[in-house]
Structures are given as structure tokens and as C-alpha cells.
Ligand binder design. Structure first.
Ligand SMILES: [Mn+2]
Length: 320
């Protein structure tokens, strides 16, 4: 395990030009980690720039978007490049040339398949979220105010499915408690990021439910949205989060999949399960993730790609 002293020294003393980046299609943990880390670095007189893909606007319930760099990031000055919540560089939403040009690179992550792709790798696969790792790093050195706390809490909350998933530990809850004591509106964050839905999200959800099917023998629920479906109801990629989790709430269902047709001729699949290791299924299609929550994005005809994934997923459930 890395030393939190080293981690904070490296991040706070490697120069003024700090860039923070995270994965494509950032989730609550990714956005929360970027926002919290940026605010923490300010206490050392550093004003970092965050490179961020489009994200669901509900994550703006916590402060930090002022740090986002808009426009081309290729030419940004970069003493230190920090990647958060990314298992390998192919996941990072930032130009490779920027990473290669950085004097120092850091990788903070909790994915089990992390490839230690940076010069300094602060990877803790026992942490339920990257925000939990960031708390552990900054806690000794930075007075955590309610804005940082809210961002960290959002990441911890979303990556644990509301403190439900098995990666949630007593330590996770202790940290959540410490963060709560700073006095932010934790109920408001939960309402906004877990429960609230935009009209577009409800439309996407309705369509996904209309297309829902079961593999009766294996306890799999799956749905698919084609480009036509999405155009018809006018939804964006960021409106589709959380749909696949809902399928797992259906009694008797062991694993769930949501397939999306993509413009580039790819199939995107999100996989969830209660007990089956779906990251292994995702690996077969060049994807990855966590044991019970994984995804892949691969080149295939939509129907053919669906069939291939469902076959492997059925095997995983039936022979687990
Ligand atoms: Mn995460």
C-alpha cells in the first residue's frame, strides 16, 4: 500500500500546472473525485484544471464545475497529470499527448484490474470508491470543508449504490460519518443523485422497460435501446444511468444487462449482478469494471453483439 504522505507531497508539490482527468462518461465517483481533489489542492495554492467528458447535470449538486477546462486540452501546460477512477489509460478522457508531456503522472483508483499506468500509482482495491481513497490521502493534510465533503460523499454514495454493495465496509461508513459532520445537506445529495430523474431519463427508462426481456432459465433481465429508440424519445447517453440497476430489483433476477447501439457501429453493454462476476464477462468483450458492475463497448452488429454477450452471461450465471 502507498503512503498517504508521499501521495499528498507529490500532488501538492509537483508544480502549479496540475491537470485532473477521469474516465469517459464520468459517474458520481469520477465527478466527485475530480471536484474534491481540485478543492483540496487549492489549500496548497494550486488552481488545477479538470478535463471532464459530458456528465449528468445532477452531479452539479456538489460544487466544483468552475475548475473544468473547456475546449482543447492538448496544449495545456502540465507539470502534474492526475487520473482518478481509471483502471488504465484507455479509460482516461484526455489527450494521450498531454499525459506523455506531463512531468509527473499520478493514478488514483480502486479498480481491481488497475494497470499501474502512471509514474505514481495510488491504487487501493479494497476501497469502495475513488472518493474514499482521496479522503484517506487528503484527510491528514487538508481541512475538509463541507464542499469537499459533499463531493467525496457523492462519490462514495453512488459507487456503493447508496452504501448497499458488498464493497461497502465499516471504514466506508466511518468516513461517510466524518464527512457528514461538516454539515452539508446529505439528504439533498441522495435525493438528487440517486432518486431524482429528468423527464428525458424517465422517457429512456420507459422505453427500456418496454423492451425488457428475460432469459427465464438463467435469471437474466436485459433490455436494449437502438439509435432509433434514442432518437425517437430524444435522450442522450447521460440520460441512461441507473436503468440497468433497476432490473436487478426484479425478484429472481441474478444478472442484468442493458445494450445500447452506438453511432460508430459499436455495442455498449452495461452489466450488473448480485453475485456473479460480470467483470469477467465484460473482459471477454474488451471491457471491464467491478465484480458486480461492469461494462464493455465493442465493435459488432447490434443483434449479433447482444447475442454474444447474452450467451457468455448465461454461462456465467448457470455455471457460477
Ligand atoms: Mn469508482
Amino acid at each position: 500500500m502507498f503512503s498517504k504522505y508521499d501521495a499528498w507531497d507529490i500532488m501538492s508539490q509537483s508544480g502549479d500546472n496540475v491537470v485532473i482527468a477521469t474516465h469517459h462518461g464520468p459517474d458520481g465517483d469520477a465527478v466527485g473525485a475530480c471536484f474534491a481533489l481540485a478543492q483540496a489542492l487549492i489549500t496548497s495554492g494550486i488552481y488545477p484544471k479538470i478535463i471532464l467528458d459530458k456528465y449528468n447535470e445532477k452531479f452539479d449538486v456538489v460544487k466544483g464545475k468552475a475548475f473544468i477546462h473547456h475546449g482543447d486540452a492538448t496544449e495545456l501546460p502540465c507539470d502534474l497529470f492526475i487520473a482518478v477512477d481509471c483502471a488504465d489509460f484507455s479509460r482516461v478522457h484526455a489527450p494521450r499527448t498531454l499525459f506523455d508531456r506531463a512531468k509527473i503522472t499520478v493514478n488514483i483508483d480502486h479498480h481491481i484490474n488497475n494497470g499501474n499506468f502512471a509514474r505514481h500509482n495510488f491504487v487501493d482495491t479494497t476501497a469502495a470508491s475513488t472518493c474514499e481513497i482521496i479522503f484517506n490521502i487528503i484527510n491528514m493534510f487538508v481541512p475538509i470543508n463541507k464542499y469537499m465533503a459533499a463531493a467525496l460523499y457523492m462519490g462514495m454514495l453512488t459507487d456503493t449504490g447508496g452504501f448497499r454493495y458488498s464493497a461497502t465496509t465499516p471504514k466506508t461508513m466511518e468516513i461517510a460519518g466524518l464527512l457528514m459532520s461538516t454539515g452539508f445537506d446529505f439528504g439533498g445529495i441522495q435525493r438528487e443523485v440517486i432518486f431524482s430523474k429528468s423527464k428525458a431519463e424517465v422517457a429512456a427508462f420507459t422505453k427500456a422497460l418496454q423492451n425488457l426481456k428475460y432469459c427465464e432459465d438463467s435469471g437474466i433481465a436485459f433490455s436494449a435501446l437502438t439509435l432509433d429508440d434514442m432518437a425517437q424519445i430524444g435522450v442522450k447517453r447521460t440520460d441512461l444511468e441507473g436503468i440497468v440497476e433497476y432490473f436487478l430489483d426484479i425478484r429472481g433476477i441474478e444478472a442484468a444487462a442493458l445494450f445500447l447501439e452506438r453511432e460508430n457501429g459499436h455495442v455498449k453493454v452495461s452489466l450488473r449482478s448480485h453475485a456473479i462476476d460480470v467483470s469477467k464477462v465484460a473482459n471477454r468483450f474488451d471491457g471491464g469494471g467491478h465484480k458486480f458492475a461492469a461494462a464493455a463497448d465493442f465493435e459488432a452488429g447490434f443483434e449479433e453483439g447482444k447475442k454474444q454477450v447474452l450467451e457468455i452471461l448465461e454461462q456465467a450465471v448457470l455455471y457460477a
